[in-house]
Design a protein around this ligand. Structure first.
Ligand code: DON
Length: 571
């Protein structure tokens, strides 16, 4: 069959400064590449935050790999070409639907080190010290990404050696940095100097500029150790020793025992229906998305959203109040369910959603002072999303994070990768907001070995039992509301995937009591919302949403967010 393959080239990026000898796969030149926002095709597709990573994923599909192979190759490549968020020193979640119809959820979230304690970020007077939970060695949770990749590998067809090699080549021989990357590296030079015990390759005297080559020899060696020794190439041996030495130099608390005992966990994917037609598969706790997305969908299910229309006063008001109600429950009830009894089945029941909706006033803005978490009887800034789809019908949705941009800003000396600052996703003190303004209490308090609550919501929507949408985004607490909006945009408001990704988004998270809206939102609606009593805060961008839509006949539309260098690739 002849494939339909239209490329929509929006942004041509680069670059002719250096040229490499070894190339990371056929047809991929790390010194000349471009970012594409939309691809229509019929065989398979990959969307990720970096053109080289998306292209590597598609090469793997063309070479006989399935969506899992493509995801693994993309994930390793992002750890090299997108160091602000792509990672092996962080963690994340994978949600997948196999061609055989099995739902998969892998939790490779970081966990608190064994020496962590509830009040470790409080000073002698009991005041929270967010600088210590957000930067440097002490902010790091035990990394989970490599353990996650080895679980993903159980669904792959090709050997690890093949999937990791493009990343090794990119690290060893370098790639050309883009303009936004040069800007971002330049803006972090002071932080990198402050939080590193040995200066990493990202630090240099003269400013980075577009087209400069970033070579990461230490990272290449770490990846080679993973290639040669598997999981032990990261959690034991030389890499583990380098992490422990780094912790000792910088007063961190991660030990060899923490690394050795880290396990990625197979979870049961959340599976809820929407409007009796769609099946929404997403990540359970420690992702808050697995509770909040079904809760919010249940709350709007009986509302006439299609009549209201995208971006209308009625739909923004309704969705804002639904988000407020859901996030009030997040603050009180959500945390690692292996450590805290979370009333999941109540929160995700239709009865509870109905009960909560009694608080919704269609004519008036709510206030977070009045809207508290529901009462439940005893039951008890930088992340990256990528997704892949193949011609057999495997769908993979992965969100992974270092938390902040470049995580803790600390690179493991001699091993070349950034460590996360995920400890800040715990509630370091009840009521004290984390870097995304989220508050929490007992449910998300720090305890040794516990996983910190996340907003990452990699999601797959099925229609007629087959993948229809693959969706996800970075963006801290805005992740879950962006996924919620994207699903409604396509299903209820009839937007194309490209519009659903690119049209302005908004977000409410209970506290602070405000709607964050992207600046290009219709100003007339913003005025009317203010008039209703809402406090509005304008922001330049919310998230970087990626969508793959699959229609009958395997007609695939893959869309990368206009907000970043996100790239759709397919064939
Ligand atoms: O797991 C979480 O919810 C956060 N660590 C995600 C951070 C994030 O999305 C930052 N990116 N913009």
């Amino acid at each position: 069959m002849v494939s339909r393959f239209f490329l929509n080239i929006v942004l041509v990026v680069l670059i002719a400064q250096n040229s490499a000898t070894a190339q990371p796969g056929n047809n991929i030149d790390p010194f000349h590449y471009s970012s594409r926002k939309k691809v229509e095709c019929t065989h398979g597709a990959v969307v990720s935050a970096h053109p080289l990573a998306s292209d590597i994923g598609v090469e793997i599909l063309k070479e006989g790999g399935n969506a899992f192979d493509a995801a693994i190759a993309t994930q390793f490549a992002l750890a090299v070409v997108y160091p602000a968020a792509g990672n092996i020193g962080g963690g994340g979640f994978m949600v997948a639907r196999t061609a055989e119809g099995k739902n998969v959820a892998i939790d490779f979230r970081e966990k608190a080190p064994g020496k962590a304690s509830r009040d470790m970020y409080l000073d002698a007077n009991g005041n929270a010290q967010p600088d210590r939970s957000q930067n440097g060695h002490l902010s790091t949770g035990v990394p989970g990404s490599v353990a996650g990749i080895f679980k993903e590998l159980l669904f792959a067809k090709l050997p690890l050696k093949k999937l990791i090699q493009p990343a090794i080549d990119l690290a060893e021989n370098g790639f050309a940095v883009t303009e936004p990357q040069a800007r971002s590296l330049n803006s972090e030079q002071g932080e990198f100097r402050k939080y590193n015990t040995e200066l990493p390759v990202f630090v240099r005297e003269k400013p980075w500029k577009k087209g400069d080559t970033l070579v990461q020899k230490d990272l290449a060696q770490t990846l080679i150790r993973i290639r040669e020794n598997g999981l032990a190439g990261f959690y034991q041996g030389e890499t583990a020793k380098l992490i422990i030495d780094e912790m000792q130099r910088g007063n961190g608390i991660i030990t060899g025992a923490d690394l050795l005992s880290y396990q990625a966990i197979d979870r049961e994917a959340v599976n809820s229906t929407y409007r009796n037609v769609y099946m929404v598969i997403t990540m359970p706790l420690p992702s808050s998305g697995g509770v909040l997305l079904p809760l919010m969908l249940n709350m709007v299910e009986e509302q006439p959203l299609t009549n209201y229309g995208y971006g209308s006063l009625k739909s923004v008001h309704l969705m804002t109040e639904v988000e407020r109600l859901a996030y009030a429950d997040r603050a009180k009830y959500l945390g690692d369910k292996d450590y805290y009894e979370v009333p999941i089945s109540t929160l995700t029941s239709r009865r509870y959603a109905k009960e909560r909706m009694k608080l919704f006033d269609p004519d008036k803005a709510g206030t977070s002072e009045k809207i508290q978490s529901g009462s439940i009887p005893a039951e008890s800034k930088q992340t990256t999303h990528f997704e892949t789809y193949d011609q057999d019908g495997n769908a993979v949705s992965i969100t992974t994070t270092l938390n902040n941009s470049y995580g803790s800003k600390t690179v493991v000396g001699g091993a070349g990768f950034f460590l996360n600052d995920e400890m800040d996703d715990f509630s370091i003190k009840p009521g004290v907001p984390n870097m995304y303004g989220a508050v929490g209490g007992d449910a998300n308090a720090i305890a040794p070995g516990k996983r910190m609550l996340s907003s990452m919501t990699p999601t797959i929507v099925l229609k007629g039992g087959k993948p229809f949408l693959i969706v996800g985004t970075p963006g801290g607490t805005t992740i879950t509301t962006s996924v919620f909006q994207t699903v409604l945009d396509i299903i209820d408001f009839g937007l194309t995937p490209q519009d659903a990704v690119n049209k302005p988004k908004f977000h409410h998270q209970w506290l602070p009591d405000e709607i964050i809206m992207e600046r290009d939102f219709n100003p007339a609606i913003i005025e009317q919302l203010k008039h209703m009593g809402y406090k509005i805060r304008l922001t330049s961008e919310i998230g970087r949403t990626e969508v793959i839509e699959i229609l009958s006949g395997n007609r695939i539309t893959a869309v990368g967010d206009k907000r970043g260098e996100d790239t759709a690739a397919g064939y």
